[in-house]
Design a protein around this ligand. Structure first.
Ligand code: GCO
Length: 484
């Protein structure tokens, strides 16, 4: 954490065309899960597995956004959001994942897009945010080479219907998570523990599906489309600004050292550079699926932006001395007592400085922060308020770090806060609250938290208010404290 300084903070101003928004995803907020409304996803089946989700919470009702979408869009607009990153649920559009379109399902997204636009909120659409059709899972899921074509067919149906109004598209969200947690560790849906050879085959097909989806968007879009994706950003950041430590952090950010999928380059290099990384090929060895060269041509489609989800990071420094053949970096443990959120993720604002900077330097695509935010112990106090100063402070620090990256030349086009409202946090169920808006799941009452009003002012002032103390009204400002 930076030391307090006595200098007044330099003015902060994000670019005038910077996109400010909020994010959520279909399965996590929609509800509307009855069989007459949609097909099932692997998450519906996963929720039925006893013990798979915290206290066996069910995702089927969530925030009832399916019925409340217009009021939610109005609330979003009233809180100053100019853009909203939503995802479309594949089995809501096609109950079996392929073949017949579920008209009532596609109609929902049609009405949602119209509502957002009517409220002055620009929809950014993610086509896959983990709710894989259960029917297709039973046909092999991502292990089936046909999954790329399945995803392409689904993409076409959505783009044909929405692309007269939607121009910003993301193909897949966090392949590292749905593959490693869902297919290797068994902690997410579909809840299987496959050997590395099979998870790498699933990853290869998911990457092919990404490429096929980009092609389908380009072919079906009725207006010029800006296409990206939204992988996890696994960021290593330097302990200080010593160039040797920055180089070490960059190397760590793009390295593959372990036989698992928690990395950036196994996914981003094929998508952005058209080849698997050498260190990954070495570490994974004969687990790497053989594939025709044409697969890489399919995966390596031109993108208009690199969306990335960054929440935390790992602090490193240059290894001294670098052991022969060993990594050029070594871990620097956080200070004991460093702030952590309720998912036990370290507060690491420098991750939102160096992550975008390293990714932009490597892939030369405009960066969009498609997710950043934190969970905290939010509840409604006896005055009906939800005060969440930790989320305010977390977001302030991360946005200031992001602004520094922009000021130093990193091309960052937008920021979507995760999340618009509290929602179903996957295997954590409803225990974790990431929202700017509190949701009482018993009544579905939405209550904007302190952070929602604070973020509204950040967006209105294009970041200028980041250097102002937040009017918490109950705690005096310490004049020695500083905004870095
Ligand atoms: C992710 C997912 C989101 C999560 C959020 C908090 O990044 O894991 O995209 O669906 O809810 O990140 O974990």
């Amino acid at each position: 954490m930076p030391s307090p300084s006595t200098q007044p903070p330099a003015p902060v101003q994000f670019p005038a065309n910077f996109t400010w928004g909020v994010a959520a995803s279909s399965y996590q907020i929609e509800g509307g899960s009855s069989p007459d409304l949609r097909g099932e996803s692997v998450w519906d089946a996963f929720c039925r597995k006893n013990g798979a989700v915290f206290e066996n919470h069910q995702g089927g009702f969530a925030c009832d956004h399916y019925n409340r979408y217009d009021a939610d869009a109005a609330l979003m607009a009233s809180l100053g959001a100019k853009a909203y990153r939503l995802s479309v649920m594949w089995p809501r559009v096609m109950k079996e994942g392929v073949g017949a379109v579920n008209a009532i399902g596609l109609d929902f997204y049609d009405k949602l897009v119209d509502s957002l636009l009517a409220h002055g909120v620009e929809p950014w659409v993610t086509l896959f945010h983990w709710d894989f059709p259960l029917a297709l899972y039973h046909r092999g899921g991502w292990l089936n080479r046909d999954s790329a074509e399945w995803f392409g067919e689904y993409t076409t149906k959505v783009v044909e219907r929405l692309s007269d109004r939607v121009t910003n598209w993301m193909t897949i969200n966090e392949p590292q998570v749905f593959l490693q947690l869902g297919h290797a560790d068994g902690k997410h849906a579909p809840g299987v523990q496959l050997p590395l050879r099979e998870t790498l085959l699933a990853a290869h097909n998911a990457l092919r599906a990404h490429g096929r989806s980009v092609q389908a968007i380009r072919a079906a879009a009725k207006k010029p489309a800006r296409v990206g994706w939204a992988p996890v950003g696994h960021v290593s950041y330097p302990v200080d600004n010593d160039p040797a430590n920055i180089d070490a952090a960059r190397a760590a950010t793009f390295a593959i050292q372990q036989p698992h999928l928690w990395n950036n380059t196994w996914f981003a290099d094929p998508v952005c550079l058209g080849c698997y990384p050498e260190d990954g090929l070495r570490v994974y060895g004969n687990n790497v699926p053989s594939h025709p060269v044409s697969d890489m041509d399919l995966i390596h489609q031109k993108l208009d932006f690199y969306g990335v989800n960054i929440y935390s990071g790992a602090c490193v420094k240059a290894a001294t001395p670098a052991a022969a053949g060993g990594p050029s970096w070594e871990a620097v443990n956080p200070q004991p007592g460093n702030p952590r959120n309720t998912m036990d993720w370290n507060m690491a604002p420098q991750a939102l400085h160096f992550g975008p900077r390293f990714l932009f330097d490597r892939y030369r695509l405009p960066i969009v922060i498609t997710e950043n935010g934190t969970c905290s112990t939010d509840w409604t106090d006896m005055h009906g308020r939800v005060l969440d100063p930790q989320r305010v402070d977390y977001t302030r620090r991360y946005l200031l770090a992001l602004h520094e990256a922009i000021a130093q030349g990193t091309n960052v086009r937008g920021y979507f806060h995760w999340s618009f409202m509290d929602n179903f946090e996957w295997a954590e169920g409803y225990k974790q609250r990431f929202g700017l808006v509190h949701v009482d799941y018993a009544t579905q009452k939405r209550t904007p938290k302190l952070s929602a009003y604070w973020y509204k002012r950040v967006m209105e002032t294009r970041g200028a208010s980041l250097t102002e103390p937040t009017d918490l009204s109950f705690a005096p400002v310490d004049p020695a404290a500083a905004i870095r």
